[in-house]
Write a protein that binds this ligand. Structure first.
Ligand code: CA
Length: 223
């Protein structure tokens, strides 16, 4: 799941970025409204976290522009102002949720999880492919009842593959949802991580779940 955070207070923004990364999200961080809008239009994010008061373009205008382009990515608005009219304006502009500063980071993470659940309404809470089970709420992964320990990046990659079971996922699709803008397209980092996952998920098992689609990318499926 890839998240864009647009927040001009560097401290707050990098704090949110770190907290989200610890939860396995891929996070881009931008301190300017117009630049943030450009990124939101260019990249297919799974969630946007947008501050209201921003240089060059307000968070509400960023939001209005995104919705005008028919981009329905869930948006969580952040604001220092607790006034009710700001909240109403945000929701009217197409925000999905609203958080007033200062907030507890745990509350932000809970709202992010709720918005991502809502955004991906076609996928139920627990993901299962054959005997491989992933629980997004606890981030527990098991295969055949056996617990599998994954790093944050391996987990993020597996969650993306499991949410799109049976579909060919190209390397650009994978990098867009699992890595942030620091991703270097000239490296083979996706193949390296798919191999890490294979070692943990498929090695020593008769039924392989991760398949290479020659010339295209990868697919997770039961056979
Ligand atoms: Ca601000």
């Amino acid at each position: 799941m890839r998240v864009l955070v647009i927040e001009d207070e560097t401290k707050v923004g990098s704090f949110i970025k770190r907290a989200l990364e610890e939860e396995s999200y891929a996070v881009d961080f931008c301190e300017d409204g117009a630049k943030g809008l450009e990124m939101a239009l260019a990249i297919n994010y799974d969630l946007l976290v947008v501050d209201v008061m921003l240089p060059s373009m307000s968070g509400l205008d960023v939001l209005k522009n995104i919705r005008r382009e028919r981009i329905h990515t869930p948006v969580l608005i952040l604001s220092a102002q607790s006034q009710i009219d700001q909240r109403v304006k945000g929701l009217d502009a197409g925000a999905d949720d609203y958080l007033t500063k200062p907030f507890a980071i745990d509350e932000l993470l809970a709202r992010v999880r709720a918005l991502l659940r809502r955004g991906a309404s076609e996928s139920p809470g627990i993901l299962q492919v054959d005997d491989l089970i992933l629980n997004p709420a606890t981030r527990d992964v098991t295969r055949g009842g056996q617990r599998i320990d994954l790093t944050l990046k391996e987990y993020a990659l597996l969650e993306y593959l499991m949410r799109h079971t049976g579909r060919v996922l190209t390397r650009p699709m994978i990098s867009e949802h699992v890595w942030n803008q620091d991703f270097d397209t000239f490296t083979n980092v996706i193949d390296v991580y798919v191999n890490y996952l294979r070692n943990k998920i498929d090695r020593g098992r008769s039924k392989k779940l991760i398949h290479t689609i020659r010339g295209s990318g990868y697919m997770l499926k039961a056979d």
